[in-house]
Design a protein around this ligand. Structure first.
Ligand code: SAH
Length: 396
C-alpha cells in the first residue's frame, strides 16, 4: 500500500525517537509535505528530514497535534488483526489486577491506540473515538472488539467535546447487539447501576476504583460527605465500610437518584442527597457547623487548558477551604484532581493554602493516582492526570 509521506524538519524526530507518539504542526517540513494535501484522518508514513521512515500514523492538518503514531513499522496494515493484537496486549496488562470485566480496556495513547477509549461493563463495551484518524477504522474496531471480547453489545459514545475540534459528528449509537439503558458495575463486592447512554463520560469513573476500595477498607467511620458524588461511588463505598451516615452533593438530580437506588441495591442506609452547586452547599454546611469524619472531594477538571491555570487553582483552593472546615478533628479530607495540567507541587500548594485559610492543620498521609487500567505513557504527561491527596485534618 502506498501512503503519502510526512517529512519532519531536521532534528524534529528526536521526541518520537525517545518514545513519544505525537508530531506537532511546527515540526513538519510543510514544503515537502504541504498540509493542504491531506484530509483529516488520512493514514500517513512519517519520515525524518533525511527520508528515513519512522513509522506510520494518521494526520489531521487542522490539529496542533498533527500526526499521531500508530506503529513504528511504516508498512503496518491497520486492520482487524492489528487492533486485535493491540487489544490482547492491553488485556494482558490489566489481567494481573483482575479488572478485565469491569474496567477500562483501552486508554488511548497509553495503549498505543491514540484517539480510542474502551470501557467494559461486564458483557457490554462502551467506546469513545475522539480523532478523525481513529474514526476511519470504526467498523474495523467494532469487528476486532467482537472478536476479542464477544460482548452482548457495543455502544459508541461519540459525544465528547474533543470530536468537535476534529470536525467529527456527535452521536451515541449501538454499534453491535443491544446495550441496555442501565448496566451494572461490580466493584469490591458492591454493585453500581450506571447509564452508558446518558451518564458522565462512558457511565462510570473507573480511574477512581482503587480509591473507592481504599475508602471502604481504611477510612475513618462516622459521617461521610461525598462532594461531586455522581452516582454515589465514594459515599456508598464508605457506607459499605461502616460509615453510619452519608451526605452526597452533586448538581445532577439524575445522578443523585441513581445514588439513592445504588445504596438500596447494596442494602445500605439511604444517603441524604443535596442537589446543587457544590461550592454553595459546602458553604451552607459550614455555616450550619456540620462535621464529618470523612470528606471526599472529587470535582471535574478545573484546569482543562493551560490558560485555565489561575482560575482553576483558585477554584481548587476555595473548595479545599470549604471542605476542610467540615472535617472533624482527626478526620480525613480526600481531595482529587483530574486536571492533567495541574502539577503535583501546585496541587499540594493549593491544598496547603486552602487548609490554612480554613484555620486548620493537615498532614498528607498518602498520595495516589489513577488505577492500572489507566496506564501512564512515560513520554506523554497528558496521560497522567489523576491525583488524590489523603489529608488528616486537625484543629489549628
Ligand atoms: N466521585 C465520582 C465522580 C465525580 S464526577 C465517582 O467516583 O464516581 C464529577 C461530578 O461532579 C459529576 O457528577 C457532575 O454532575 C458534578 N458536578 C460538576 N460541577 C458541579 C458543581 N459545581 N456542583 C456540584 N456538582 C458538580
Amino acid at each position: 500500500m502506498s501512503r503519502p509521506v510526512v517529512y519532519l524538519l531536521p532534528h524534529e524526530d528526536r521526541r518520537l525517537g525517545a518514545g513519544h507518539l505525537w508530531v506537532f504542526s511546527n515540526e513538519i517540513d510543510t514544503h515537502r509535505s504541504p498540509l493542504g494535501s491531506f484530509a483529516p484522518g488520512d493514514p500517513v508514513v512519517l519520515a525524518d528530514a533525511r527520508g528515513r521512515r519512522l513509522g506510520m500514523g494518521y494526520i489531521n492538518p487542522h490539529s496542533l497535534i498533527t500526526v499521531r503514531l500508530l506503529s513504528r513499522d511504516p508498512g503496518s496494515e491497520i486492520d482487524a488483526r492489528f487492533f486485535h493484537d493491540r487489544f490482547e496486549r492491553a488485556f494482558a496488562v490489566r489481567r494481573p489486577f483482575g479488572i478485565e470485566r469491569f474496567g477500562r480496556l483501552v486508554f488511548g495513547e497509553s495503549d498505543r491506540l491514540p484517539g480510542l477509549v474502551v470501557d467494559r461493563y461486564g458483557d457490554y463495551l462502551v467506546v469513545q473515538i475522539t480523532t478523525a484518524g481513529m474514526e476511519r477504522w470504526r467498523e474495523v474496531i467494532r469487528d476486532a472488539l467482537v472478536g476479542s471480547c464477544a460482548p452482548r453489545g457495543i455502544l459508541y459514545r461519540n459525544d465528547s467535546d474533543a470530536r468537535k475540534l476534529e470536525g467529527l459528528p456527535a452521536g451515541v449509537e449501538e454499534a453491535w447487539g443491544t446495550v441496555p439503558q442501565s448496566v451494572t458495575v461490580e466493584e469490591g463486592g458492591r454493585v453500581f447501576a450506571v447509564s452508558p447512554w446518558r451518564g458522565q463520560k462512558t457511565g462510570w469513573y473507573y480511574d477512581q476504583r482503587e480509591h473507592r476500595l481504599r475508602i471502604a477498607r481504611e477510612a475513618p467511620r462516622g459521617r461521610v460527605l461525598d462532594v461531586f458524588s455522581y452516582v454515589g461511588g465514594f459515599g456508598i463505598s464508605a457506607l459499605a465500610g461502616g460509615s453510619q451516615e452519608a451526605v452526597l452533593i452533586d448538581q445532577s438530580e439524575e445522578a443523585l437518584e441513581r445514588a439513592r437506588s445504588n445504596a438500596a441495591a447494596n442494602g445500605l442506609p439511604a444517603p441524604r442527597t443535596l442537589a446543587g452547586d457544590a461550592f454553595e452547599i459546602l458553604r451552607a454546611l459550614g455555616e450550619d457547623e456540620e462535621r464529618f469524619e470523612l470528606v471526599i472531594v472529587d470535582p471535574p477538571a478545573f484546569i482543562k487548558r493551560r490558560k485555565d491555570q489561575r482560575e482553576g487553582l483558585l477554584a481548587y483552593e476555595r473548595l479545599v477551604t470549604r471542605a476542610a472546615r467540615l472535617v472533624a478533628s482527626g478526620g480525613w479530607l480526600v481531595f482529587a484532581s483530574c486536571s492533567s495540567h495541574l502539577e503535583a507541587r501546585d496541587f499540594r500548594g493549593v491544598f496547603a493554602r486552602g487548609v490554612r485559610r480554613a484555620g486548620r492543620e493537615a498532614r498528607i498521609v498518602s498520595v495516589g493516582g489513577q488505577g492500572p487500567d489507566h496506564p501512564i505513557h512515560p513520554w506523554i504527561p497528558e496521560t497522567s492526570y489523576l491525583q488524590v491527596l489523603y489529608g488528616v485534618i486537625e484543629e489549628g
